[in-house]
Design a protein around this ligand. Structure first.
Ligand code: M6R
Length: 610
């Protein structure tokens, strides 16, 4: 959840590290710090706040340093202040550590270290790593070996980078549960927690695996396991463009990502959906096709927005492919000893592919013999690597903390999987062709919705001071209501709840008065009339109604105060369209309230701690 970037080479490291931190800031942004090696000693400056604040305290200094590392933090242990910001040091100040993850046994280690005379200057779990390395470095005089011995003492998760003034030409990086990637440049090497921090300098990278330790030097990178045995490095080539991780003229990443959806949804289908033939080809599922077709049930697991995608997927799989499906919160699944067996197929849905709970659920299901498959955005991420197969959603880098384009791409992939299974289970070809054509038309319809973004912006201003919001939908649009409410909460800090529309009268109806905005997701589908009855119940109590409705629904105009229009599509693909106006609504409300849309308070893009 935090960001790490380290550089060793010929160039001045400071601007490279600062730029890398800026690109990583979406992963954590409560404080930041940098250590460089200058005139034979480590120079560290760190500060609560944003990377821009850190930049100010480095102004016109440190220019000659060619090795250093930085960190942007999302606090777990210790409040976000200057002292707790990374890097952290040993007693002598000659060893520095940046760390992502959580050291679970840090209290016991700290007590022991304090007893033997170590002085701590922060409340973090990370600082114990620096002092342990100090202990072992005294004995071994080999930085990598000291790190290796330290790691054997740690329980928990880490992605760390270590540097020492006594070993001035190397960075030592190691991972267990928190991603790290090493990039190879011309006479320089960069290590980062996320490829977006280094893609500007190199595209050839190695993703470290759990239990690996890399000695990163200018011209060489050696990767070993914790037994000190060298392992072969898989060098991969990053394919995304720099432009994809920049705002390209948009005010916020979130707005850019919302507007990218016609393209990203198309990318999720590209080369996979042959609409005219009713064919779906998903290469990553080919080897497990037999298992998938024979599965007694499919379990969809995720967190947050990815869990909402799973809820829509449940409808698609059951209604299109006729396979029983269940949806689980990853964080609950892993702790309730779920009854999963080798006859089950478990899909792990995750944008980042690094969410700790989802990864743990994967391991839980795999350990019980189930086939585990990923629906993941980030290529090469841990969930993608540990799965038995899967489908990349190809949404490209998603930087805004509030997930938008990854969600619609996840839904598109779930629709493809449902169509593929339906075909394999004998659905008539002409029915598949009809559905495939509907899906193929979705990107064009999304484009049309986005053309009316200004209408949503006007409505948003009307509601910017609301204190609560209710979102209601039924069937496959109930998860859309949940997603609309989550988006609003995350970026505008307005309390919002999503409910199945018919459940409203069992409780939430008590909240309705003339101040309560209620968003209805009400496409003209099989349960439209039922949703309209619920809408009338709200209207009778003078709630302020905003409806997401189809272009040709003239009836709703008289009932809702505001109508957000979406084109018609096949019912179970509807969520892909219906969520778009809700993304825009939350975005424009947040802008009107002046919140930090891309970096909302307390959140981080990828939750790699439990
Ligand atoms: O990377 P993942 O999809 O596994 O992340 C899961 C959630 O943390 C994520 O969807 C979160 O809820 C977003 N902030 C939603 O906008």
């Amino acid at each position: 959840m935090c960001g790490i970037v380290g550089y060793v080479g010929k160039r001045s490291c400071l601007p490279i590290i600062l730029e890398g931190l800026r690109r990583l800031e979406y992963r954590g942004y409560d404080s930041a710090g940098i250590t460089i090696l200058e005139d034979g000693r480590l120079e560290t400056r760190k500060k609560a706040g944003k990377v821009a604040d850190l930049e100010n305290i480095w102004k016109s200094t440190g220019g000659s340093a060619t090795i250093g590392m930085g960190h942007t933090r999302w606090a777990t242990h210790g409040e976000p202040n200057d002292r707790n910001a990374h890097p952290h040091h040993d007693c002598s100040g000659s060893i520095a550590v940046v760390h992502n993850g959580v050291i679970e046994n840090y209290r016991a280690l700290k007590i022991k270290l304090e007893k033997s005379g170590h002085l701590f200057s922060s409340e973090t779990d990370t600082e114990v790593i620096a002092h342990l390395i100090e202990e072992f470095y005294e004995k071994t005089t080999d930085l990598a070996q000291a790190v290796r011995l330290t790691l054997r003492q740690l329980d928990g998760t880490y992605g760390i980078v270590v540097m020492s003034a006594r070993d001035p030409e190397k960075l030592v990086a190691a991972r267990k549960g928190s991603p790290l990637v090493v990039g190879y440049g011309e006479g320089e090497s960069i290590v980062a927690s996320d490829a977006s921090a280094l893609v500007e300098h190199t595209r050839d990278v190695t993703y470290l695996l759990d239990g690996q330790l890399a000695v990163v030097e200018r011209a060489t990178v050696t990767v070993k396991n914790l037994e000190d045995v060298e392992v072969e490095k898989a060098v991969e080539h990053i394919t995304f463009d720099l432009e994809q991780i920049e705002k390209s003229g948009y005010e916020h990443f979130m707005l850019k990502e919302i507007h990218e959806q016609p393209e990203t949804i198309r990318n999720a289908m590209r080369g996979r959906l042959l609409a005219a033939d009713g064919e779906v080809k998903l290469g990553g599922l080919q080897d497990v096709m037999e298992k998938l077709v024979a599965a007694k049930r499919i379990i969809l697991v995720g967190c947050g927005t990815s869990w909402h995608a799973g809820l829509v997927g449940e409808y698609m799989l059951e209604q299109i492919a006729k396979v029983p499906a269940e949806v689980e919160y990853a964080s609950e699944f892993r702790y309730r000893n779920p009854l999963v067996s080798k006859d089950d197929v478990v899909f792990l849905i995750s944008q980042s592919g690094e969410t700790a709970d989802t990864l743990a659920a994967l391991r839980e299901a795999k350990g019980k013999g189930a086939t585990v498959l990923g629906i993941v955005n980030v290529v090469g991420s841990t969930i993608a690597r540990e799965s038995d197969g899967g489908v990349y959603v190809h949404a490209g880098p998603e930087i805004g903390v509030a997930s938008t384009k990854a969600f619609t791409s996840q839904l598109t992939v779930l629709a493809l999987i449902s169509l593929m299974l339906a075909r394999a289970k004998g659905m008539a070809k002409r029915d598949i062709v009809a559905l495939a054509k509907e899906l193929d038309a979705v990107p064009g319809k999304v484009k049309k919705i986005l053309e009316d973004a200004k209408v949503v912006a006007d409505i948003a201003r009307e509601f910017k001071d609301a204190r609560h919001f209710l979102y209601l939908g039924r069937g496959a649009n109930f998860p859309v209501a949940l997603e609309g409410a989550l988006k609003l909460k995350e970026i505008s800090y307005i309390h919002a709840e999503g409910y199945p529309a018919a459940e409203m009268k069992h409780g939430p109806i008590a909240l309705i008065d003339e101040h309560m905005p209620v968003v209805f997701v009400a496409p003209k589908d099989a349960i439209y009339e039922k949703v309209i009855s619920n809408l009338q119940e709200v209207k009778a109590r003078r709630g302020r109604i905003i409806a997401v409705a189809n272009d040709d629904d003239m009836e709703i105009q008289a009932m809702a105060e505001f109508v957000l229009r979406v084109p018609r599509t096949y019912g179970f693909f509807g969520p892909i369209l219906n969520v778009i106006p809700l993304q825009l609504l939350s975005y424009y409300i947040a802008v009107a309230r002046g919140t930090n849309v891309d970096q909302p308070r307390n959140l981080a893009k990828s939750v790699t701690v439990e």
